[in-house]
Ligand binder design. Structure first.
Ligand code: G
Ligand code: G
Ligand code: MN
Ligand code: NA
Length: 255
């Protein structure tokens, strides 16, 4: 309730920032891009992750506003990285059903990319399975369609946690899946889970869908993913989400 009251003010005062977490391309052995993860710089409570305020934002009706803020921050960060010479990087942006339901969203995203000189294919929009289930499906389908027509990429987030991941893969023309970190966490000790992950990766290769394994923390997990020909990884084992300035410094160190 306290948060809900603070939120409205936080949106007008723009008390939000993003952290960036890198993604490693295992086939080309390079950093392919970053995922933008929203943070609320609360004046008293400090840096808050989305889990602490997204629900309140939804109830408040300001979730779409927050997603727009996140979109702009993510595009600004990518524009900065491109100016620093990292012109091949991509940026993944998380969205809620609120912004997807806004008919103005694709147009505003298009303008936001154009005004920063960002090619649309450098942007990946991450959509949760639950977001697709939330709506009656059709609205989201239209939104995804319009995003695809802009030329941006679309990823199905937290793949493997929902009930209809495969159904969504055939119904939506998605470009990538993010393998949920719960599946990655069980890779080493659970052979059946390992088999499932391998099969998903193989299936995605056949469908020309990219795979990003999330939450990769250990060398053992990385080995298994490499052997399974997983194209991309993300996780604490590579780097934790970090402020934009740190991410830029991190990229310079990697070069
Ligand atoms: O680091 P982490 O706690 O940031 O992220 C938790 C979850 O919050 C992620 O799974 C992600 O889907 C969601 N999230 C992160 N940033 C945003 C954002 O800008 N908008 C929305 N809608 N969700 C986000
Ligand atoms: O979009 P999404 O739900 O997938 O956001 C990713 C979330 O997972 C963020 O909250 C991020 O901080 C977190 N995360 C990223 N890498 C790791 C990891 O290696 N281990 C764990 N436990 N969490 C991670
Ligand atoms: Mn995500
Ligand atoms: Na994710």
């Amino acid at each position: 309730q306290l948060l809900a009251r603070d939120l409205a003010k936080a949106v007008t005062d723009c008390e939000f920032g993003i952290f960036l977490q890198p993604q490693l391309d295992l086939t080309r052995t390079c950093i392919s891009g970053f995922e933008a993860l929203l943070r609320w710089h609360h004046p008293i409570r400090g840096i808050l992750p989305p889990a602490e305020f997204l629900m309140a934002a939804e109830k408040n009706g300001c979730l779409a506003d927050i997603d727009y803020m996140s979109m702009n921050l993510a595009l600004d960060a990518l524009a900065t990285l491109r100016r620093e010479g990292f012109s091949d990087l991509s940026m993944s942006i998380n969205v809620s059903s609120s912004i997807l339901a806004d008919v103005n969203y694709p147009g505003l995203l298009d303008w936001a990319m154009q005004s920063r000189g960002i090619p649309p294919d450098r942007i990946c929009i991450e959509i949760l399975e639950t977001t697709i289930l939330d709506q009656d499906g059709l609205d989201v389908m239209t939104a995804v369609d319009r995003l695809k027509r802009l030329g941006v990429r679309v990823a199905l987030d937290d793949f493997g946690t929902g009930y209809a991941g495969l159904a969504h893969m055939s119904a939506f023309d998605i470009d990538a899946i993010k393998l949920d970190r719960s599946m990655i966490a069980r890779l080493e000790e659970d052979p059946r889970n390992r088999m499932i992950v391998r099969s998903i990766i193989r299936l995605c290769r056949l469908l020309d869908v990219a795979v990003v394994a999330e939450g990769v923390e250990t060398g053992g997990q990385l080995d298994i993913l490499r052997r399974s020909q997983c194209p991309m990884i993300q996780g604490y084992g590579l780097a934790r989400p970090m402020p934009v300035s740190e991410a830029i410094a991190w990229m310079h160190e990697m070069r």
